[in-house]
Design a protein around this ligand. Structure first.
Ligand SMILES: [Mg+2]
Length: 175
């Protein structure tokens, strides 16, 4: 029998996220000078920081390019930030080889066609509630939250709870 997504979560050591439509709601505000402004969710950021500080790998693979995005993510402690990636599969393969990660240990969250092929390679393909139908069809878990609205927080929190790391992380933080 196929494993449930909760069972697969036991083996996850690595989170990989797309940016647009996952860490954002997919909207870009285009300024008069052509600069593209995005909105990110503070609770998603907290969860990524918690995951890193608890020893998980967190990696960003995006086709888009924006220095503001890079700075924001780096400030959360993320060191593996791949922007303007022409081929997500190649970037994924290089990344897991570098850190000696097995594909079964990876949770990937994507929302649209550019994520399709890489999502077929990972142990736990996931997506926000408002992902494209093609991506929903190949996801093992579909969050009840939308992109940019807590979907990233949802999957990190679930994995850390299954592995009993979530409470360990914030215990002592409010003393
Ligand atoms: Mg996307």
């Amino acid at each position: 029998m196929a494993k449930s997504y909760k069972e697969i979560m036991n083996d996850i050591t690595t989170f990989i996220f797309d940016v647009d439509g996952v860490l954002t709601d997919g909207t870009v505000h285009v300024s008069q000078t052509g600069e593209m402004l995005r909105e990110m969710n503070i609770r998603d950021g907290f969860a990524m920081k918690a995951a890193i500080e608890s020893g998980y790998h967190v990696c960003i693979i995006s086709g888009g390019s924006n220095e503001g995005v890079r700075i924001r993510l780096r400030n959360l402690g993320i060191t593996d930030i791949h922007l303007a990636t022409p081929n997500k599969v190649d970037t994924f393969k290089e990344y897991i080889e570098l850190y000696n990660i097995r594909p079964e240990q990876v949770l990937y969250m994507g929302d649209d066609i550019p994520d399709f092929h890489v999502m077929k390679l990972v142990g736990l393909p996931t997506c926000p509630q408002d992902a494209s139908p093609e991506i929903k069809a190949i996801s093992n878990y579909i969050s009840h939250k939308n992109g940019g609205k807590g979907a990233v927080r949802d999957v990190i929190e679930q994995v850390m709870k299954v592995q009993e790391k979530w409470h360990l992380y914030y215990n002592g933080k409010f003393d």
